[in-house]
Design a protein around this ligand. Structure first.
Ligand code: IVH
Length: 713
């Protein structure tokens, strides 16, 4: 890498080892800052490692030179028994809560009456990070001590643990250090880097208070939390409930080596105390000042002149809080004028000059009353939690998913447990895990059923899968879901045949398999509740029209385990009709790209079952017998490889899973939130806030047709 030549060149003859040592320390601080605070490294990991090795080598030769701010000093020795107490230089206050805009307006009115300056003070709005409040002490710019909030007066000394968090600068201000002599080629890259750095406007060392105490929130990003839990699960170890508990547990470890192994980070938001220097008098300036010193500071904070503007901004985050990438339980609205905020004083531990605008909680605890087992379309048995009804984010939740039987065993979830339940965005509520600390001993472990709860047939398990199945094609519980899938948008797309009508048809005995749909008579429909002439005619017309759907849609509609929209298209290209497909052997099916042994076996198994063969014959009689066209609309080469997509809104023909499968089959990746790394936003009807974000970041936008073109191109 050219840009960094002047950093990594070995120390030359005219430089003393001590000078090189000091320079290395400064450069490593700078690179840690680029990586962990700015998210924008300028050297590769290998180059970083090389600098670190050089530093370690010098320290091994000269142990007396090592200072506490050396980048090698992140992981120290374990605390023996408990943490020492630390008195905070000033009280570490809490915040009063506002639940909604009216609460916030009432707060404003209260403080406006106390001091009319409030009217012109302005507001700073920041995310309220759901982590742990910590207090960091710097003496002459060197990190000396760090503490928990404790009771607000006295906290615990967790310095050794905080040192392991790479986003916490060990030395401030973070600067890039003196440039080394450069040749002409290097000087251009050096110049470019300097230009980039100038935009950071570092505070010069002479402006730095001799003793500075700042406050921030330590947390784990959602992404890092998921990775950590995945790694633990793979290693067969116990997983954590949520990022906040994990961060809290990690900070209170007596052994800093354990803390160092957890992906903790920090955002700093307050100057608590400054001696020998004047910190900014407004919150907005304080944030810029902290950033310029090299502290990680949120880039989501905004300043507004009026409360109403501030509230509108806060509310704009309510539905898109997941885009923050970490858990935030609300936003903090702070008076920008810190002198005024100070003068207003506090009530108990809550300063009058700020308020926490709380978002509805998304995680709550409740009692797990029972575990029921449902039978899905493909016969998968899914455990479902029956909960003591509880409100989560304005909705009463009575049931939550438990994913699968392995999940219940892994998390040791027992009937009667107090469980943590999460409901966020479009995600179905799910049980995160038990709160083991409050077990009474009356909880019962759950045993998965050996037979299908709907039809009584023994359940089966397939090699390499976690799910258990009821493989009885005539299982009544499966029929409704089967028909529902058969008529769905990505399959036969029969308009007007919603779940209610499917249930009616099955209940009345008019539909015993999906082929029965094509033999329905108008009189039969008219006998059902809610059916009049017109509705019956429309439905029959829609069913008839669906008989002309292409082969790949019919294959999708059959609901063969492991065969989605894209694989159905691949199969329809390889076989001219269902007769030919039904004769394909497992070995032959595996010749098709993307079909492995499990899915090949599942396809062959489906066609070998007499009930399914009878179904095919019935479909043929009904005239539902498409023959593959030469050119299928879906291809499966890796044309989207290296591209990342985000989907928003409803697409004309794809379902959510369908479009994901389509993109992945073509080598692309689908993620949930828009970032600079997103290659395309796929836009459907009624898009969410992702559209705005994509537009703001200049992410190109495609509709479904555009996506298909790109994949085929
Ligand atoms: S300001 C006077 N700002 O929320 C200053 N607090 O419920 C009071 N928190 O104990 C705190 N993000 O741990 C402030 N941007 C932020 C915050 C924040 C998270 C936490 C903090 C505090 C708790 C109050």
């Amino acid at each position: 890498m050219n840009e960094v030549c002047f950093f990594v060149r070995g120390y030359n003859s005219f430089m003393t080892t001590l000078a090189r040592y000091n320079q290395l320390k400064q450069e490593l601080h700078y690179h840690l800052y680029r990586y962990h605070v700015l998210d924008s490294p300028v050297i590769s990991d290998a180059e970083y490692d090389r600098l670190m090795e050089e530093l370690k080598a010098i320290e091994a030769e000269h142990p007396d030179w090592v200072t506490p701010d050396s980048p090698t000093q992140r992981v120290g020795i374990a605390v023996s028994e408990k943490f020492e107490k630390v008195r905070h230089p000033r009280p570490i206050l809490s915040l009063a809560n506002a639940f909604g805009a009216d609460d916030a307006r009432a707060w404003y009115e209260r403080i406006r009456k106390l001091d009319p300056r409030v009217e012109t003070a302005g507001f700073v709005v920041e995310p309220k990070i759901d982590g742990l409040s910590v207090v960091l002490h710097y003496q002459d710019g060197v990190f000396r001590q760090g503490a928990t909030r404790g009771d607000g007066e006295i906290g615990e000394d967790i310095t050794a643990n905080l040192r392991t968090i790479r986003a916490i600068p060990l030395k401030i201000p973070v600067t890039r250090g003196p440039e080394m002599p450069a040749n002409s080629q290097e000087s251009e890259s050096a110049r470019q880097l300097a230009l980039f750095d100038a935009s950071l406007s570092p505070v010069s060392a002479s402006d730095l208070p001799a003793y500075l105490v700042v406050r921030g929130e330590v947390f784990i990003t959602n992404h890092d939390f998921e990775n950590l839990n995945r790694r633990l699960a793979e290693a067969g170890e116990k997983t954590y409930l949520n990022p906040r508990n994990t961060a809290a547990g990690s900070l209170r470890q007596l052994d800093p080596a354990i803390t160092a192994s957890r992906p903790l980070t920090i955002l700093v938001y307050q100057v608590v105390y400054a001696e020998g220097g004047t910190p900014p008098a407004s919150q907005w300036a304080a944030l810029q000042w902290l950033r310029a010193l090299g502290f990680p500071v949120t880039d989501v904070a905004r300043r507004f002149d009026s409360l109403e503007e501030a509230l509108a901004y806060v509310q704009s985050w309510e539905d898109r809080r997941d885009e923050l990438g970490y858990e935030a339980d609300g936003f903090v609205i702070k008076l920008d004028d810190l002198r005024l905020a100070e003068d207003l004083g506090f009530v108990g531990k809550d300063p009058r000059g700020a308020i926490a605008y709380k978002f509805p909680a998304r995680e709550v605890t409740t009692q797990l009353l029972e575990i029921e087992v449902e039978v899905g379309r493909t016969g998968v048995l899914t455990p479902r939690a029956v909960l003591e009804p509880v409100e989560i984010g304005g909705v009463i939740v009575r049931n939550a998913t438990l994913h699968n039987f392995d999940y219940i065993a892994e998390k040791d979830i027992r009937i009667g447990d107090r469980v943590l339940v999460k409901r966020a965005g479009e995600v179905i509520p799910y049980v995160i895990g038990p709160v083991v600390e409050v077990r009474t001993g009356a909880e019962r472990p759950f045993t998965p059923p050996a037979v299908c709860p709907a039809c009584g047939q023994a359940v089966e398990h397939f090699e390499g899968e976690v799910a258990w199945y009821c493989v009885n094609a005539a299982c009544p519980a499966q029929l409704v879901r089967n028909v529902e899938h058969f008529v769905s948008r990505g399959a036969m797309d029969i308009n007007g045949l919603g779940i209610r009508i499917v249930e009616q048809l099955v209940e009345a005995g008019l539909v015993r398999d999906v082929a029965d749909l094509y033999f329905l008579q108008k009189e039969q429909l008219l006998a059902l509740e809610g059916f009049a002439e017109k509705k019956a005619e429309n439905l029959l017309q829609a069913i008839r029209a669906s008989a002309a759907q292409p082969l790949h849609r019919l294959i999708t509609a059959l609901g063969i385990r492991g065969v989605g929209e894209v694989m159905a298209a691949d199969l329809s290209r390889a076989y001219p009709d269902l007769e030919a497909l039904s004769r394909a052997s497992v070995a032959e099916l595996q010749q098709i790209a993307g079909i492995g042994p499990n899915i090949a076996a599942s396809i062959a198994d489906w066609f070998s079952r007499p009930a399914n063969r009878a179904l095919l014959a019935k479909l043929k009689t009904a005239g539902v017998w498409p023959v593959a066209s030469k050119q299928s609309s879906v291809t499966s080469h890796q044309s989207l490889s290296g591209l990342t997509f985000v989907v928003t809104g409803t697409l004309p023909t794809f379902t959510r899973e369908g479009v994901k499968e389509f993109i992945e089959q073509h080598g692309g990746k689908v993620t949930d939130s828009v970032s600079k790394k997103t290659s395309y936003l796929v836009l459907g009807e009624n898009p969410g806030s992702k559209l705005e974000k994509a537009q703001a970041l200049g992410v190109p936008i495609l509709d479904e047709q555009g996506l298909r073109k790109l994949a085929e191109g």
